[in-house]
Design a protein around this ligand. Structure first.
Ligand code: M6R
Length: 609
């Protein structure tokens, strides 16, 4: 949520900040702003409500603002509606400090009252303004000391970029529970919420830990703890292909990322398959520890939670250990039965989702071992877990997840097979069969993607639908949840996912003549059952799109239209059946003219509660 970027160097700062923000816009896009200092012009603040392009147009891509040091921000509003005033940077009363912030200051009202009592004037409704005002209030000529005093007062989460008119060559930054990296250049240095923002400038970075304070000048980066002692940081070299974070000729990141799924799956699966065995070097769980696991709890949000639902069916079936999947925002506020005999599996693309991180911490407090499935290397969730398995999906930019979801599923299958094998629950034949299915998966996904034109055609008939229902049983129910979320998230069409057998307990009353029902029927043993549910909705006027495997041509006599996907073992079928659902959502949203990569009200990385 919100993207921040900062620059200090010899080049004009504004174009660099705007280019950086462009790469961070996926984090928030309701307004944007920059603060740039120039000896002649002083501190210039430029902000604009709306997408970043509004600000870029206003500033002629930065050519209009002089200065070689500055901070920038792209916002996802929490405190105060999107507006020029509420956009960041926020500035202190006498214009000495400018601050950009990602996160939420939970005690901002108390702090604001305190400052109002001192006669300080506020202009915005944001929590961030409190930080700028506090800095000026505590400042006695030493920026570092003022920053420490302010941080001691703040409750909540933050990644901050700060500049001060008294030190026109210094940029300060600090984080707590919100991501922030430092980019190390030659004669220039950077801060950013995420790597793509600085990738065209440098590949050497520091990943900051909570409450490490950084002072950046053109030629030096000092990382200090709250006592002012220097911290030696390990330089991390980023070896991504720059194109990974570019659209590469595609109209939307989402479509590019859908098409990248075979590669993402190969990169995630291949290094972990050696001589016909799954090798999870990433995890240190021993057989003895696995034998002591009495419960598995999968915790995540959104699509990652839908992966958790697949994990519940899969892990339970293979390991016979009871598995629960729970949304992180619920788990953290009840009294969950989690102890040292529980394995908690945390799933997150960004590794920064606030609710998921809080649930992880709660689980650790209760003594559980935490294994996380994460895409962003070095993220908070990865850092705080006992074991991490990375999904090598590469940077995912579109707000709607596709390739991260698919690689998370692949990791879930590998964990299930690995644990079941350790527990002696699989015959050699079963094990071998699963390995073969895993090996074939990327190629089968490629195959499923070839059918895109027929999905595009179907989308052209239904892009004006008002309501769309997704139904399925077992793994297909877990997948219905994902298909429905994908569609509503980017096309704004109302949609619900239902366990197919549950429809007749209420929801079937919503089915009218022509209502589109997407029926997932990829599980052989449940095919007839789901066909009965198809009959039920058709009898009430529904138009049914069936999604099944290629041998179930019998679906044609029940459904009005069918998509077929290649066949794999039951457990891995969601990886293939999700492809038409992703494509359907994409084409519907494209035909409606929606802003696919940046759907309204959303952001890629949800670092607030
Ligand atoms: O970064 P995370 O995987 O923790 O994010 C979790 C959800 O916010 C995310 O999956 C969200 O639901 C996606 N926009 C769905 O496409």
């Amino acid at each position: 949520m919100c993207g921040i970027v900062g620059y200090v160097g010899f080049d004009p700062a504004t174009p660099i900040l705007l280019k950086g923000l462009e790469k961070l816009e996926y984090r928030g896009y309701d307004s944007a702003g920059v603060a740039v200092y120039d000896e002649k012009d002083g501190l210039r603040i430029e902000k604009a409500k709306g997408k970043l392009r509004v600000l870029c147009e206003k500033l002629h891509d930065g050519k209009d603002v002089n200065g070689t040091i500055g901070i920038g921000h792209t916002r996802w509003a929490t405190h105060g509606a999107p507006s020029d005033i509420n956009s960041h940077p926020q500035v202190s009363d006498h214009g000495k400090f400018a601050v950009v912030h990602n996160g939420i200051i939970e005690n901002y009202l108390t702090l604001k009252e305190f400052l109002l009592g001192k006669g300080i004037t506020f202009v915005s409704e944001t929590d961030t303004e409190v930080i700028a005002q506090l800095l000026e209030y505590y400042y006695e000529g030493n920026i570092f000391s003022a920053l420490v005093k302010v941080l001691q007062k703040l409750e909540g989460s933050y990644a901050l970029g700060v500049i001060c008119t008294d030190a026109p060559n210094e940029l300060y930054a600090v984080r707590k529970d919100s991501p922030l990296i430092v980019g190390l250049g030659k004669g220039e240095n950077f801060i950013a919420s995420d790597v793509p923002a600085i990738l065209s400038k440098t590949r050497d970075i520091y990943r900051l830990k909570d409450q490490e304070i950084v002072k950046l000048t053109r030629n030096q980066v000092e990382v200090l703890n709250m006592d002012g002692a220097r911290i030696e940081k390990e330089k991390v070299h980023i070896d991504w292909d720059v194109n990974a974070a570019e659209k590469g000729g595609y109209e939307h990141f989402m479509f590019k990322e859908i098409m990248e799924q075979p590669k993402a799956l190969r990169d995630t699966i291949s290094p972990r398959l050696r001589d016909g065995r799954i090798v999870l070097d990433d995890i240190t769980l021993t057989r003895e520890q696995v034998e002591k696991i009495r419960r598995i709890c999968v915790v995540a949000c959104g699509s990652a939670y839908h992966v958790g639902m697949v994990a519940k069916y899969t892990l339970e079936k293979l390991t016979r250990i009871p598995v629960e999947a729970e949304v992180a925002s619920e788990l953290r506020y009840r009294d969950p039965i989690i102890d040292k005999s529980t394995l908690v599996i945390v799933v997150s693309q960004s590794g920064e989702t606030a609710d998921t991180l809080a649930a992880l911490r709660e689980a650790k407090k209760r003594g559980a071992r935490v294994l996380s499935i994460v895409n962003v290397v070095g993220s908070s969730i990865a850092n705080e877990s006992d074991d991490v398995i990375y999904t090598w999906a590469g940077p995912e930019i579109a707000v709607a997840t596709t390739k991260a979801y698919s690689t998370q599923l692949a990791v879930v299958y590998m964990i299930a097979i690995y644990l079941a094998d350790l527990l002696g629950k699989l015959s050699p034949e079963e094990y071998e069969n699963y390995i073969q299915c895993l090996q074939k998966l990327p190629e089968q996904v490629e195959d499923a993607l070839k059918d895109k034109e027929s999905i595009q055609y179907f989308a052209s008939k239904y892009f004006n639908a008002k309501d769309i229902f997704f139904i399925g049983r077992n793994l297909d129910y877990a997948l219905s949840m994902e298909g429905s979320l994908k569609l509503k998230e980017i096309s704004y069409i109302h949609s619900e996912a239902y366990a197919a057998g549950e429809l007749k307990h209420g929801t079937i009353s919503l089915i009218e003549n022509g209502t589109l029902v997407v029926a997932l029927a990829t599980i052989d043993s449940l095919f007839e059952k789901i066909m009965s549910n198809v009959k039920e909705v058709k009898a009430r006027g529904a138009y049914v799109l069936g999604v099944t495997t290629r041998e179930h041509t019998a679906i044609q006599s029940e459904a009005d239209y069918a998509f077929y996907v290649p066949k794999t073992c039951e457990m891995m079928q969601p990886s293939l059946a999700v492809i038409p659902l992703q494509l359907f959502a994409y084409y519907v949203a494209a035909m409606k003219g929606c802003d696919i990569d940046k759907p309204r009200n959303l952001a890629k990385s949800v670092t607030v509660e």
